[in-house]
Unconditional design. Structure first.
Length: 289
């Protein structure tokens, strides 16, 4: 009886074995595989299946040998690099003004940057079309003042118009981490440097810029990845002579019905994006983002 009584609490205190952690990971992994990995696998599979049938690397050979692919790759790279450089410069200057130049409404402008990040890219492009388009406000004002038949602003359908639209849209993606970094900057250093006679350019170069470099690297890496995959801005500007990799995928799949070729370009674009995203994660981790 005593031994039975002593064993009762032990039985009552026993718990069911814990569920292994990998079991809880199965539902999200299965959902990810169904929604993303499976379609991606189909794209990769289609890229090795030419229209003639069978499995071959001929679609890759045909795409890599085409002049259109090389031009699209070059256009994508230089537009992404130029847009990223423009966003870094403009974002750094605007973040400096918002963070360190006192003016009414600075806090509201900082909050608007957060709201701006949620805007779709085509909305910014449409706004630029209303201003600088062929029948936009700038050309309309020019014709009204000068009496000319047409206005001089016709750059939106060129690579420069795409570049302007991308810099306009992606600059807040650089400003956001910069404003966060500036908010953590020790203002005592700035006051001490100013009291010792250091002027604004020297303070920016020796104190602010070193603190901002991780945020600049993080924001720049993100913008570079986004610019490489941007489709809406190029499409809505109507720049017919500007063909990027996403536009080439669209053209081959929708206009030419060359699905193997479109899948090859898509695979190349994904590989470039994943590589740059890995770089972005490394930079963000070192920056503490």
């Amino acid at each position: 009886m005593a031994s039975a009584a002593l064993s009762t609490p032990a039985k009552a205190g026993t718990r069911a074995p814990a569920v292994p952690a990998w079991v809880w990971a199965l539902p999200p992994v299965a959902l990810l595989a169904l929604v993303f990995l499976y379609p991606l696998a189909l794209v990769v599979q289609q890229s090795f299946q030419p229209d003639t049938g069978g499995t071959s690397i001929q679609p890759y050979a045909d795409v890599f040998a085409s002049e259109a692919f090389r031009e699209a790759l070059w256009t994508t790279v230089w537009l992404a690099l130029a847009s990223t450089a423009g966003c870094l410069v403009l974002g750094f200057v605007l973040a400096l003004v918002i963070a360190f130049v006192p003016f009414p409404g600075a806090r509201a402008v900082s909050r608007f940057v957060d709201v701006f990040l949620s805007f779709p890219s085509f909305l910014i492009t449409l706004a630029l079309l209303f201003i600088y388009g062929t029948v936009g406000m700038a050309n309309g004002l020019w014709t009204d003042v000068t009496g000319a038949a047409e206005g001089p602003f016709r750059f939106l359908t060129t690579p420069w118009g795409v570049l302007l639209a991308e810099i306009t849209y992606f600059t807040p993606f650089v400003m956001r981490p910069l404003l966060a970094a500036f908010s953590q900057l020790d203002t005592a250093q700035l006051e001490a440097a100013s009291s010792l006679g250091a002027r604004a350019p020297r303070i920016i170069r020796q104190i602010i810029l070193p603190e901002a470099l991780p945020a600049l690297a993080s924001g720049g890496s993100l913008v570079l990845v986004l610019c490489l995959n941007e489709f809406g801005i190029v499409l809505f500007t109507g720049a017919k002579d500007v063909t990027t990799l996403p536009m080439l995928v669209y053209g081959k799949a929708i206009l030419e019905s060359d699905y193997p070729g479109a899948c090859v370009v898509a695979v190349v674009n994904v590989l470039i994006s994943v590589g740059l995203y890995g770089l972005y994660r490394v930079v963000s981790r070192r920056a503490g983002a």
